[in-house]
Design a protein around this ligand. Structure first.
Ligand code: ADP
Ligand code: TRP
Length: 321
């Protein structure tokens, strides 16, 4: 079974990225042949600074390796090192109805936020379809917000298979319901584009400040809070703390007499210690960037041998041979 996922190098990774996508992807390494890549072509739709992109790619690579991606077991690479992705994108794009892309939530959200769209932003899901189909991927671990993009991929693959004969495997999204949507500091989905993130490798002081300034309601400390499970800090605590500790804090909040300040302090401490071993590993890796570059270039070589075979299969199917 082939597993594939990607992440854009568009800024510091946060708890939503980690619990929604990175951790499930890392856990799946043992269950099949995993391909994970840094989607630097995708980042071109919204980031226009070359040096920043270079730096972000390196940061994501360090983050992923520090969090447990094992380059011996998984194929880890940069998207742009496998240019067949863009070649396949063109073949797919000619079978993609405009309406399918117009309906994509992530595109519509960006328009609603006043972003003036470039063609790449509109065609984003087709490049993502090529990323997935070019490895004959079966399982795609992502957060819930990417589900529709995987559905678009399925539609395009089915259409291609009908038009040109069986060529692609039809993939499936794999979404962990327990962490499908990690809330941000304002209660909306945590996202770099909403400015409500808690970074996994931020430094201690800013992290503490961010957590301590989480906005809570105005109920007094003594008041019982029967809806404790809805509290953002409780929800985040469940992700990073030992289950007994998270349950204890939630119970105390429910009972009353437990202040939000204590809760936030517990969240900060749990968050800091959860990522401690990974932070140390990241520091080690950062001293050896050559190793990281080598992992990516070896990964690209392995990825490219699969991608070029599938790309040729698609070219043959549609008469481009
Ligand atoms: P962002 O919204 O911060 O730009 P990305 O779109 O780059 O994040 O997401 C990268 C991966 O992390 C995707 O698989 C996405 O589904 C997952 N992800 C991002 N934010 C969350 C969240 N708040 N909850 C769960 N998964 C998330
Ligand atoms: N669109 C994904 C995101 O923003 C990143 C991505 C690009 C991806 N290509 C992919 C995810 C292929 C899974 C499979 O998070």
């Amino acid at each position: 079974m082939r597993i594939l996922s990607g992440i854009q190098p568009s800024g510091m990774l946060h708890l939503g990225n980690y619990f929604g996508m990175m951790r499930p992807a890392i856990e799946l390494q043992n269950q099949g042949e995993a391909y994970y890549f840094i989607a630097n072509y995708h980042s071109m739709t919204s980031l226009f600074d070359a040096e920043q992109r270079r730096q972000n790619v390196l940061d994501v690579a360090l983050d992923f390796l520090a969090c447990g991606l094992d380059p011996e077991r998984s194929v880890f690479f940069k998207q742009s090192d496998v240019p067949e992705h863009t070649e396949l994108t063109w073949m797919l794009t000619t079978l993609t109805p405009m309406g399918l892309l117009e309906r994509c939530h992530s595109y519509k959200d960006k328009l609603a936020r006043g972003i003036s769209p470039n063609h790449g932003l509109f065609a984003y899901p087709v490049l993502m379809a090529a990323d997935i189909l070019i490895y004959d991927s079966k399982v795609v671990p992502v957060g819930k917000d990417q589900k529709q993009h995987v559905e678009v991929t399925r539609d395009i693959a089915i259409k291609f298979n009908q038009q040109y004969g069986d060529t692609f495997i039809i993939p499936e999204p794999q979404i962990r319901e327990d962490v499908a949507v990690v809330p941000g500091t304002d209660g909306q989905k945590m996202s770099k584009s909403y400015g409500n993130t808690i970074e996994i490798f931020g430094s201690e002081k800013p992290l503490k400040k961010k957590i301590m300034s989480l906005v809570m309601d105005s109920r007094g400390m003594d008041e019982p809070k029967p809806d404790a499970e809805k509290n953002i800090a409780v929800q985040l605590l469940k992700l990073v703390a030992e289950p007994e500790l998270a349950k204890d804090c939630e119970d105390q909040l429910r009972a009353g007499g437990y202040g939000y300040g204590h809760l936030k302090k517990a969240l900060f401490e749990a968050c800091w210690s959860y990522f401690e071993p990974m932070r140390q590993k990241r520091e080690e890796l950062a001293k050896n960037i050559d190793f990281v570059q080598e992992v990516l270039s070896k990964g690209a070589e392995r990825a490219r041998s699969v991608a070029s075979a599938v790309n040729n299969r698609a070219k043959n199917a549609c008469g481009l041979d």
